[in-house]
Design a protein around this ligand. Structure first.
Ligand SMILES: Cc1cc2nc3c(=O)[nH]c(=O)nc-3n(C[C@H](O)[C@H](O)[C@H](O)COP(=O)(O)O)c2cc1C
Length: 211
């Protein structure tokens, strides 16, 4: 599909109030499916911002692995910087940067660890190499050399030879439960369309924002 033409069409069409669903999760699924259909590169890649207890932010990409029960799921090492920050301060923000179609989606909420059984279930679906890597990597901690990592992978490969790799306790999922989402559609002359949902009393407020 010609992404340049798609982007121009989306910019021309804009995002009309009448076309925005009252439920932001429905709206997200709609835009995510469109991003996949038109060929946006890795639409599930999302920037995830966390902050430490002193309020200092950090940001990195993760892969969205699903939206379940209204929460955005991703998986990581529980000893990593992001997980350490989330355990101490669950407030987090995400942005999906779908530049190829002049769209972005922002999500803000609190993130908590998934139940172990849910992490087990997802871990079991991962390629074996990724499973072994999860055991071998002490994510976000210093390595003396790449050879150290490779030795750790070799040791884990030997350890699990001939049997299924179990999920390490230091690896699992987080669910970000949103309280605010914003859908941004780029338009000509920087007169973009923006709609923000805010959680209120079990429902959602929806407002158009200035570009
Ligand atoms: C496109 C992309 C997807 C990524 N997906 C993940 C992921 O799903 N989980 C993860 O732990 N790291 C993922 N990473 C690596 C992270 O960006 C980051 O380097 C790592 O998680 C350590 O971050 P931290 O030290 O802030 O915890 C991804 C990186 C990129 C570029």
């Amino acid at each position: 599909m010609d992404l340049t033409a798609t982007r121009a069409a989306f910019e021309e069409q804009g995002l009309r109030r009448a076309d925005v669903d009252g439920d932001p999760l429905v709206q997200f699924e709609r835009w995510f499916a469109q991003a996949q259909q038109v060929g946006v590169h890795q639409p599930e890649a999302v920037a995830l911002a966390t902050a430490d207890v002193r309020g200092r932010p950090s940001v990195r990409h993760v892969l969205l692995k699903g939206v379940e029960d209204g929460a955005f799921l991703f998986f990581t090492n529980y000893g990593s910087r992001k997980a350490t920050e989330l355990d101490a301060n669950p407030w987090a923000a995400m942005v999906f940067p779908w530049h190829e179609v002049s769209r972005q989606v922002r999500v803000c909420g609190s993130a908590h660890r998934l139940e172990p059984a849910a992490s087990d279930a997802y871990f079991a679906t991962r390629p074996r190499g990724s499973q072994l890597g999860a055991w071998a990597s002490t994510q976000s901690h210093p390595l003396v050399a790449r050879a150290e990592l490779e030795a750790r992978v070799a040791a884990q490969t030997e350890r699990w030879e001939g049997r299924a790799v179990q999920r390490p306790e230091h690896w699992g999922g987080f669910a970000l439960v949103p309280v605010e989402l914003e859908f941004w559609q780029g338009r000509p002359d920087r007169l973009h369309d923006r709609f923000r949902y805010t959680r209120v009393d079990g429902g959602w407020d929806l407002e158009r924002l200035s570009p």
